[in-house]
Write a protein that binds this ligand. Structure first.
Ligand code: FUB
Length: 384
């Protein structure tokens, strides 16, 4: 099926972040520290010192993927030497906002690609529409994709006709689609935000899950109980799930398992630790032989990460990758392309701050020599 966006070309919009804003933020923090010091309040002095420490660096350059559509939740991959982006396709459906994300009422996906960062971006047109997914009810949320041999797989969360999220698959011979949906969800899949990681040994793993609107709190031990129940604040938080993909790439090879995220004492991150506990948007990449699990903290609006020597974890919490952006949600992916690492994310700048109308951006991500990721603050991005 063709549509008007087929093979439409855009250019990545490049923005140079105003360095004065980072200076203002740092200066504000320093001036705050000075005032507290003169009051002799030691606790406040420590708090304000940590303010300086908690502001990421403003990137030199941020690219916007497209201004033709609202896009969000970018999953980026390199397939056949090109950089492909699989985002959600936001639009104004008029559904009122609520805590379960009903206003994210998306119905289809478009795929984008580019040959170089800063070059032309191709919108490959309609990749999949909800009406072509026989089991789907509503809300096509954050997708991902994988390549195996000559086939491409689009993984997408959507609610079924009983309003329960599961993860679907659609196939294509072309990474840009269009994709044809398999007629049932992945057996044993639930909740949302799938991301598929291909390890160096050729095994594929799907990470998934998200609380609140993502419904992870309605499941325990892979069974649906349908109630919104969370562990106590001092108990281990709900964790993302992982399952190895079967050879056919449309089913799991095993029952999903918890991906445990540990704090500095080796204890699981707890429900009450809103700054660090898993909310949604799990993504795994490998750097210098280590596995990096990154995810959104949701109501504290950060992208944080944890590392492990094993794709199943446990993962040890490390720190923040991306500070809050304009808009409620924060969702990202990380990919290496043409010798550099890139962070894809979204914000609501193009819509003037509307939570459900977002646009995908990308900026360079870098590591310290010890493997820690340099923290980014893209709030100062100029297209706001
Ligand atoms: O786009 C809908 C939902 O918002 C995604 O699935 C979440 O990750 C959040 O970005």
């Amino acid at each position: 099926m063709k549509n008007t966006f087929l093979a439409r070309k855009n250019y990545l919009t490049k923005g140079i972040a105003p360095s004065f804003l980072s200076s203002v933020l740092v200066l504000a923090a320093f001036s705050c520290k000075h005032q507290k010091e003169s009051s002799g309040d030691q606790k406040n002095e420590i708090d304000s010192a940590s303010v300086v420490d908690t502001i990421g660096a403003v990137p030199d350059t941020v690219y916007t993927l497209t201004s033709e559509l609202y896009t969000a939740d970018p999953s980026a991959h390199v397939f056949d030497g090109k950089l492909y982006v699989y985002p959600s396709h936001d639009y104004e459906s008029g559904i009122p906002e609520d805590d379960l994300g009903s206003h994210f009422n998306m119905e289809d996906y478009h795929v984008f690609s580019m040959d170089s960062v800063g070059g032309e971006v191709t919108d490959h047109g309609l990749a999949l529409h909800i009406k072509d997914v026989p089991w789907a009810g509503r809300q096509m949320w954050a997708p991902d994709a994988a390549q195996k041999d000559d086939e491409y797989f689009l993984y997408f969360p959507v609610k079924d006709k009983e309003d329960v999220f599961h993860i679907g698959v659609a196939k294509s011979e072309n990474p840009g689609g269009p994709f044809k949906a398999v007629d049932r969800p992945i057996e044993g899949s639930y909740s949302m935000d799938p991301s598929v990681f291909k390890d160096t040994d050729g095994k594929y793993y799907m990470y998934f899950g998200g609380i609140w609107g993502g419904q992870l709190q309605r499941w325990r031990n892979n069974e649906y109980h349908g109630e919104d129940t969370y562990p106590a604040d001092d108990a281990p938080a709900l964790m993302p799930k992982v399952a190895q993909m079967a050879d056919d790439m449309v089913s799991f090879a095993e029952e999903p398992k918890d991906v445990i995220i540990l704090d500095e004492n080796g204890d699981p991150i707890t429900t009450g630790d809103h700054d660090r506990r898993f909310f949604e948007a799990a993504w795994v990449h490998r750097y210098n032989g280590k596995y990096y699990l990154s995810y959104s903290t949701g109501d504290t609006h950060k992208i944080v990460y944890a590392t492990s020597d094993n794709p199943y974890g446990p993962f040890a919490y490390q720190g923040v990758i991306l500070d809050p952006v304009l808009g409620w949600t924060n969702h990202h992916s990380i990919v290496e392309y043409q010798g550099k690492w890139w962070l894809f994310f979204h914000d609501s700048s193009m819509s003037g701050g509307k939570t459900h109308l977002r646009s995908v951006k990308m900026t360079e991500l870098s590591y310290e020599p010890d493997g820690t990721i340099k923290r980014i603050n893209a709030m100062a991005e100029p297209n706001q």
